[in-house]
Design a protein around this ligand. Structure first.
Ligand code: ZN
Length: 313
């Protein structure tokens, strides 16, 4: 295997070595190459010289049910991917296009629910956005009067956050037992060492503080990955998004999340249904209204495992 990759011999979610192969394909062959071409076309570029000897290799953990990529980019290739291949200017343009009223309404709804959950004046709440991106969530939290900081590794995004007057705290400098709530939106699927990071975040939580981890829903992956074409026009780039080559290196099951909670002294809780109902916002039309009313009950009985709340006892 190429020297630009590191092999994982254990499940990143539970450290089990009981793993089995699910799928393997060279990066320079279909459908992986077609997917990469399609996915990165609007974002930047891929230099296949770095991938030519490597396989995209998906494994399943027999213990917790997580799916994960066996060979992950080393630090050199990871920096190349996130800092060079993904063009920072194009990423900022995409952020601006996404930043519409629907999206902002959803973020506002999340913050309102958090304030409602703690039932405290917003200025008494300390929030952290882990992987703060272009600061939408953190700025929304501040708009409601919460104290909010962020963690981020991208130099461009750190610079942008500082231009917005946001405090950016490196992971290794997070204060102990400081935050009431930590948000992690579409981050844990990218992490080479999710258990280690979860442990750092739990130390930064106050007792009874909450951590929210939202990741892509991988429930259809086993079916989709067997399809010969990963770039269907009707659903461009979404077919295998939860285990997207190079980037989405972990795909968690509900049981994976439970194992991770056990390993770090956290416990999984549900956002109380009365809080979800009382602070529902961004309702559109009668069907949207019904969905917003029914969804808290439905997800309580049929959890999809994509959004998990962890409480520090
Ligand atoms: Zn596992």
């Amino acid at each position: 295997m190429a020297s630009f990759f590191v092999e994982r011999k254990e499940c990143p979610a539970c450290n089990s070595s009981a793993i089995e192969d699910v799928y393997s394909c060279r990066y320079i062959e279909s459908p992986v190459r077609d997917y990469l071409d399609s996915f990165y076309q609007s974002q930047g570029k891929i230099e296949y010289d770095y991938l030519k000897d490597a396989d995209y290799h998906l494994c399943n953990c027999s213990t917790c049910g997580a799916l994960f990529q066996k060979w992950i980019p080393n630090d050199f290739l990871s920096d190349k991917l996130y800092d060079e291949w993904i063009d920072p200017d194009a990423a900022f343009q995409r952020h601006q296009q996404k930043n519409n009223l629907d999206y902002l309404g959803k973020k506002a709804g999340e913050i309102i629910q958090i304030i409602g959950y703690f039932n405290l004046p917003p200025h008494q709440l300390h929030l952290l956005d882990f992987g703060m991106g272009w600061c939408q969530w953190a700025n929304m939290a501040r708009a409601f009067g919460c104290n909010c900081s962020g963690s981020e590794i991208s130099a461009e995004r750190i610079e942008f956050a500082e231009s917005q007057g946001l405090e950016v705290i490196p992971l290794e400098k997070l204060p102990d037992e400081h935050f009431d709530f930590i948000n992690s939106e579409q981050v844990f699927e990218h992490l080479p060492n999710p258990l280690e990071i979860l442990n750092i975040l739990q130390k930064a939580l106050k007792p009874h503080g909450l951590l929210r981890i939202n990741v892509p829903d991988g429930s259809k992956i086993r079916r989709n990955i067997k399809k010969g074409n990963w770039t269907f026009p009707a659903e461009p780039n979404r077919v295998v998004n939860p285990i997207s080559p190079l980037e989405h290196i972990n795909c968690y099951s509900g049981y994976s999340m439970a194992r991770m909670a056990d390993a770090t002294g956290l416990r999984i809780i549900k956002m109380p249904i009365p809080v979800q109902l009382k602070y529902n916002v961004n309702i559109s039309g009668l069907s949207g209204m019904l969905k917003k009313i029914v969804r808290p009950f439905y997800t309580s009985y049929f959890p999809r495992g994509v959004c998990t709340y962890f409480e520090k006892p």
